[in-house]
Structure formats: C-alpha cells, structure tokens
Ligand binder design. Structure first.
Ligand code: UDX
Length: 493
C-alpha cells in the first residue's frame, strides 16, 4: 500500500523536534487522529506550544495546531444508530475523526459492522463502506466506546407521546448508562444531538449524568441536527450552519474543531437556545408550508396556480421560494413532532401558541382535500377503486411516519373505498400499518383498475404524464403539469 509521509515540527518552548508521520492510503483523511494519538503517547512532546504539519517535500504548511489540539475531541462515540446517529457517525468519520457508534440493538450493530446500513439513505452505504476499520467501528459495548473516546454524542430517539410531549425514555436511559461510566472518566465531553425541548439538556440531561457519575466534571453541549431525510449525507457535508449550544467558550472551540473543515457559520448560543433553534427552524418550515397551502386553497377557488404565485412571492429574498410548495401537507418524523411539541410547551408555560396550532390545523386537513376533489368527480367513494401513488412522507425515503398517505388511506377505508397503494421503497413499511389494502408491483398495475388516481408523493418515476392518460388524476404535489381537461385536478391549482 502506498504511504504518504508528512513532516511534523513540534515547538517545545522555542526548540523544535521533528519527526515523520506516515499514513497509509486509506488513512490520509485521519491525519489529525493519528497525530493526536502520537502526541498523547509521547509525554515529552505533549507539552508542546504548537505543532506544524507539512507534506514531505512541500513548503506549504498543512496544519498549525495550538496546545488545545491535544484535548480536542478527535475520537467520538455516538449513542444511537438511527437516522441522526448513523449519518452523524459515518459523516464525522468521513471528515477525518475516529468514530465508535453504539447501539443496544445487536442486529443493527452487526449490520453496521458488516457495512450494511440498517436504514435507506442516499449515499450512506457508499460512505460507510469507504471508512477504514481503524477509524470507524460499531459496538454494543458503551463502556469501551466511551473510555476510548473524548466525547460522546447522544443521538437516541425522542418519539412523541400521544399528547404531543416528547418521550424521553431513551434519553434518560442513555444518560444513566453514560453517567455510570463517567464516574471513572472525568473531563469527558457530552454532546446532545437528539431533538429535545428547551431546558432538557440543562435541567434533565446534565443533572441525570451528574447524578449517576457522582460529579459534574464533564463538559456539555447541545448541537442540534438539521439533516433532511433522503438528503442527509448531502446536508451533513454542506450544512447551512452549525449551531453549538454551550456553557463555556472552551467547549465551543472544541466542537468547532471537530468540524473545522466545514466552510459554514458556527453559531454559538446557550444550551436552551440551541434546543429552541431546532424547534423554531422546523416550526418555521412547517409554517411556510401551511401558509403556502392556505394561500393554495384560496388559489384553487379562484382558479389561480399557487406555484406561479409562490414563484412570484419567492423572488423577494426576504421570503425565498423554498418550502412554499403547496400540496397535500407536510409529514415526517420532525416537522409534525416539533410543531406539536412547541404547542405542548406553550401549554406547560401557559403561553398561547395560536399560530402553531393553526399551522397544525391546516396540515391535518390538507390531505383530505384530495379526497374531497375525488368526491367532486365521483360522488360517494364507497366501493370505488382508488390508487394512492407514493406512500412515503416525501420522495427519496422509505419513511412513512406522519405521511399524508397514511391519513388519506385511513379516510378512504372509512369511506368504504378499495385502496391500491404503490411506492417502490415505502410499501413494506406501509404494509405494517395497513396490511389489508392492495399493493401494486408497478405504477401501471396500481392505476389499471382505478376509478381515480391520487398523486400523493411525487417520486421521479411517478412524474410521467403518460401513466395517467385516460384516468381521473388528483394531483397532490405537482406530479405533472397542470391540465385543463376534466380528468385532472390539482389540489391547490
Ligand atoms: C425536516 C427539516 O427540513 C430538517 O432540517 C430537519 O432536520 C428534519 O425535518 P425532513 O423531515 O427530512 O426534514 O423533510 P423535509 O424535506 O423538510 O420535508 C418535510 C415535509 O414537508 C415532507 O412531507 C415534504 O413533502 C413536505 N414539503 C416540503 C411540502 O409539502 N412543501 C415544501 O415546499 C417542502
């Protein structure tokens, strides 16, 4: 294997020690991890003032590192291998850190060790496969992972309870386990990645870890995740910003260092501020969509195309065009959950959240508009065959959590319609909730006997006008260009 040699120049109070650092082809992106390991294991060198790194034979310095580099978290353990944990783990290793992912689910861990992602996410498998074993591993052994890393990310799930509040049971057990281990490892850094409501990191997570550790000698940060499903790898590598909620400047700098190659704003705030930025961001996205939908519903009555309207609105930079696509409403694991969580927080704080309640109300009703339009053409849907095209909450994912398709199917079944579902990727997940509807193997099969076709989630393969020829088509998301024929109805155009 070809080796790349770097020359390391260590400044020890004005005198310089030099040594070569050799990296195998698959380790070059992990130079800093290897360098930190060497410096930590070499007590004399560890007292350096600064370290300069050059590629052998080349004059330009690759890195100049301050003493703080020695304690920077180059090795990271991640609790939870769901969407956030796994993408963060794989991405963080890809950008040159050592990562140990941890999960209690042995099957998942086994898959990840074999470089098979347990979830579908574009580009994830390719990235996972490319990570060198020395720098990326996955285990059920939290103790070993924590003891061998500088920093632990908590990325376990926070699913919603019936009343909209978040269920913290996974976070709580993660804190208890981590706290017990930190009893023997003072000075560790803990980064909360899970979406938690404002105040949780400060009042619950920190307190729980301290209780189990028997001390408060650990650093804590809240770094919310803004990844979109289906584009998570792309978003990880090109973040709009990295929000870092901390209690001190040192922790802020240490976390910034993990992502130092990113050319993005690093936004420093408090722990509670970071938590609220996540909720406010998702709620604002949801607000934009519900706003577009409400305007879209007015547009429909006036025979105006809301997409054209939003194209005009979006030209003003103060709004921008993104997230103004009207349609059958938003779904997914984040937007609905976060809007509901803020409404629930408002109740607890005795502060009205009328706007967010309205955002939610618009969204709950929006998928049903598609059924109303079908009824406008067909009358009673009892015993009518309805094809539901696209079951995932959006294209590019197999996730059906809070998907508009689930609401539509439920309503159709209540009305006595025969439902045929189609989605190349999300069908298996939908079968778990609705095992008794018919699932088609291809778009053509789904449409063949349908009295009406509902375009719910516009996967590229479904955006083919020819597919729907001769069928009544209710378009929930601009599958095809608006037609003025009697067999086409756009939801908001
Ligand atoms: C969202 C946020 O975008 C992301 O920053 C956060 O980390 C997690 O939540 P995600 O749930 O993956 O990401 O989906 P997103 O792409 O935001 O779409 C959410 C829903 O809104 C989908 O159902 C989508 O179809 C719908 N949507 C989106 C619209 O109806 N109109 C739009 O203009 C945009």
């Amino acid at each position: 294997m070809e080796l790349t040699t770097y020359q390391v120049k260590v400044n020890l109070n004005g005198t310089f020690e030099e040594f070569p650092l050799e990296l195998a082809e698959d380790e070059t992106s992990h130079l800093l991890v290897k360098l930190q390991d060497m410096l930590r294991n070499w007590p004399k060198l560890a007292k350096f003032d600064s370290v300069q790194v050059f590629k052998k034979g080349e004059p330009e310095m690759v890195y100049e590192l301050p003493q703080a580099f020695l304690s920077s978290p180059m090795s990271i353990s991640i609790m939870g291998t769901g969407y956030v944990g796994l993408v963060t783990g794989v991405g963080t290793c890809h950008i040159g850190r050592r990562v140990i992912c941890v999960d209690i689910d042995e099957k998942k861990v086994d898959k990840i060790c074999k470089r098979i992602p347990p979830i579908y996410e574009k580009g994830l498998k390719e990235m996972l496969v490319s990570l060198p074993e020395k720098y990326f591993s996955c285990t059920t052994n939290l103790r070993e992972a924590v003891m061998n890393t500088d920093c632990t990310f908590i990325a376990v799930g926070t699913p919603p309870k019936e009343n909209g509040e978040q269920d913290l049971k996974f976070v709580e057990s993660a804190c208890a386990e981590l706290g017990k281990i930190l009893k023997e490892k003072p000075g560790h850094m803990v980064v909360v990645k899970s979406t938690v409501s404002p105040g949780t990191t400060q009042n619950k997570i920190k307190a729980m870890i301290a209780e189990h550790a028997g001390h408060t000698n650990f650093k804590i940060a809240m770094v919310p995740e803004f990844l979109r499903e289906g584009l998570a790898i792309e978003d990880f590598l090109n973040p709009y910003r990295i929000v870092i909620g901390v209690e001190d400047q040192e922790t802020f700098e240490a976390i910034k260092f993990i992502y130092e190659d990113f050319d993005t704003p690093f936004f420093k705030t408090t722990l509670t501020g970071a938590e609220m930025i996540k909720y406010a961001s998702n709620s604002l996205l949801a607000t934009k969509i519900s706003f577009a939908n409400e305007i879209g519903n007015l547009c429909k009555s006036l025979d105006i195309d809301v997409y054209e309207v939003m194209d005009g609105v979006g030209l003003d930079e103060r709004f921008n065009r993104k997230f103004l696509n009207a349609g059958r409403g938003f779904g997914g694991s984040c937007l609905p959950k976060d809007v509901k969580a803020l409404v629930s927080l408002g109740k607890t704080l005795n502060q009205p959240t009328e706007l967010l309640k309205a955002v939610w109300a618009v969204n709950e009703n929006q998928p049903l508009k598609m059924i109303e339009l079908a009824e406008k053409h067909l009358g009673d849907l009892k015993n009518k065959t309805v094809a539901v095209m696209g079951l995932a909450f959006k294209p590019g994912t197999d996730d059906i959590r809070e998907s508009p398709a689930t609401i539509i199917i439920k309503e159709l079944l209540e009305k006595g319609a025969k439902v045929i579902g189609y989605d190349q990727f999300a069908q298996e997940n939908m079968e778990k909730i609705y095992p008794n509807i018919t699932y088609a193997k291809s778009p053509t099969e789904a449409i063949k006997d349908a009295d009406v076709v509902l375009g719910v989630t516009q996967w590229p393969e479904l955006r083919d006008e020819k597919l729907y020829k001769g069928k009544l088509f209710i378009d929930g998301m601009k599958f095809i260009d608006k037609r003025t024929t009697d067999d086409y109805e756009g939801i908001c155009w």
